[in-house]
Design a protein around this ligand. Structure first.
Ligand code: B12
Ligand code: SF4
Length: 454
């Protein structure tokens, strides 16, 4: 009987129906004679009492928002007799916590480790003296060059319920010192790039719509220009995250537009200069935000803004002023996060040292969605912060704001202009779910099955 590996993506209230690239990545490094299956618990929630069997090895990805659910799934499979290995950013930061629910943890990037895990797990099933897994923590000592990587195997991600974008990653690592972010401790603080011909080969194997899973798609101008010029003839449409650092120059925006960029998710974080500087995000210049949004809109690129509330210098009127900016700058959409102390970040360490964490391991609490923030804010109470966050969501997705943000007359394509309305109405619904919190409410939500139509 073939050795059976089952991969699971655990759900949470932020499950976004986006194809998880880690699954396609591990699949590409799994030997052909292994039976490999995958279940997305966000799309298709697992009933841990009745529904699970006992594959030889279960691999589960864990980020901090999914940790509680991931551990419950891991415990469920172990009770049935499966061996469990955990990977992903959360257990990379806290491998010992992960090991309380698993036989092994893969800390960091798995391309160079997964082969060993599979080999050790198979040997242990054959009764070799090597226990599964030979090592409790599989970890690389270095950040390896992203050269010659196997192309992701996307056949496990064919569900029509996913947002119809294929996820492609071109770079890893970030040198910026944003205090709240875990990327530099996870992927390193130096840029690493996949060679452009390898990215193009990956893109050729994908469908017409791409979501770049990079932290910042205009990370290094020389590389990004080379990549986007090579993409022009491919006529793909794509969306990505970008930092404001790369968007100040018109030629960067031009090349993205010609290469098929349709929307950028931009971390503005705050509309206050002092707040962003204090958070370490010095590349953000609030006085230039509107100009950047206009330039992007003129090239047909929609802007989805991302903002954080609760940074140390936030004032009580930050919520209203942020929404005002979104409306005046006519942002297509915006997401509002409550500042979250993710493990492994400088922010987590500082808040802990200042004795301001209200729950050390907030990710383990089952009501963590409704219980945030998990720290004492500097300039307001926790209740005021949460109430302001709720007001921001409600007013951003109020009908008046949706109407006023509609950017009729720009160079957005007709598809973008039409898609604007259902996307915003969808976000209005998502905002209500986010505010209500809780897994059960979230799982009933199936509106994301709507075509995204970009
Ligand atoms: C693309 C992306 C998204 C996308 C797509 C997510 C998806 N479904 O794939 C979207 C926009 C939807 C998203 C949403 C969110 N994201 Co996000 N996202 C990313 C980003 C930029 C890249 C992730 C990625 O695809 N990488 C490519 C794959 C190949 O790498 P990987 O996932 O790291 O997996 C590798 C290893 O970790 C390992 N591995 C992973 N899982 C497993 C499992 C096993 C068994 C094994 C062996 C190995 C293994 O192997 C892989 C290959 O090396 C990261 C930043 C980053 N640099 O990692 C943030 C990041 C993961 N996101 C983050 C956050 C906070 C969120 C949100 C909570 C934001 C929000 N407030 O809504 C939501 C949560 C969504 C959810 N349900 O979990 C944080 C997580 C911090 C933390 N400690 O948990 C990160 C690190 C960004 C940051 N600034 O800190 N995200
Ligand atoms: S928030 Fe963005 S720019 Fe800042 S460290 Fe994280 S990935 Fe880099």
């Amino acid at each position: 009987m073939a050795f059976h590996i089952h991969l699971v993506a655990p759900s949470n209230e932020d499950s976004t129906y986006i194809k998880p690239l880690w699954v396609a990545t591990l699949a590409a490094h799994t030997p052909d004679d292994v039976e490999l299956t995958f279940r997305d618990d966000g799309l298709n929630p697992i009933d841990l009492e009745t529904e699970i069997d006992a594959p030889d090895l279960v691999g589960i990805s864990v980020n901090s928002k999914t940790a509680a659910r991931a551990y419950a799934i891991a415990d469920g499979y172990r009770r049935r007799g499966s061996k469990v290995v955990l990977g992903g950013i959360h257990v990379t930061a806290l491998p010992d916590e992960g090991l309380q629910h698993a036989d092994a943890v893969v800390a960091g990037e798995a391309e160079w480790l997964w082969g060993d895990v599979v080999r050790d797990a198979r040997a242990s099933r054959l009764g070799s003296s090597r226990s599964l897994l030979r090592r409790a923590i599989y970890k690389d000592d270095e950040y390896r060059p992203l050269v010659g990587l196997a192309l992701p195997r996307r056949d496990l991600l064919r569900s029509v319920r996913y947002v119809p974008f294929d996820v492609v990653q071109t770079t890893r690592g970030c040198p910026f010192p944003c205090e709240f972010c875990s990327v530099s401790t996870y992927n390193g603080s130096k840029f690493r790039f996949r060679p452009v011909p390898e990215v193009i080969a990956d893109l050729e194997a994908c469908g017409p719509r791409i979501l770049f899973g990079d932290d910042n798609v205009m990370i290094h101008q020389k590389y990004s220009h080379e990549l986007f010029e090579a993409m022009v003839p491919m006529r793909k449409h794509w969306v990505a995250q970008a930092s404001l650092a790369g968007l100040g120059r018109t030629e960067n925006i031009d090349v993205m537009a010609r290469a098929g960029c349709r929307a950028l998710f931009i971390g503005f974080e705050s509309v206050d200069d002092g707040v962003v500087r204090h958070a370490g995000k010095r590349q953000n210049k609030p006085q230039k935000y509107t100009e950047v949004v206009r330039r992007l809109a003129d090239q047909g690129i929609a802007v989805w803004g991302s903002f954080i509330f609760g940074l140390d210098e936030d004032t009580p009127d930050a919520f209203e002023r942020t929404v005002e900016f979104c409306v005046e700058a006519k942002l297509t959409m915006a997401l509002f996060a409550l500042l979250t102390p993710y493990p492994g970040t400088a922010l987590y360490k500082r808040l802990k040292a200042e004795n301001r964490l209200t729950k050390d391991r907030w990710w383990l609490s089952s009501d963590h969605d409704t219980d945030a923030p998990f720290y004492e804010p500097a300039t307001m109470s926790r209740e005021a912060l949460r109430a302001g966050w709720v007001r921001a969501w409600r007013s951003m997705y109020g009908l008046d704001s949706i109407r006023r943000r509609y950017d009729f007359g720009t160079r957005h394509s007709w598809v973008q202009n039409v898609a604007y309305w259902p996307l915003n109405l969808l976000m209005r619904e998502l905002a209500d779910k986010k505010i209500a919190g809780g897994d059960r409410a979230w799982r009933k939500h199936r509106l994301l099955d709507l075509p995204m139509g970009l």
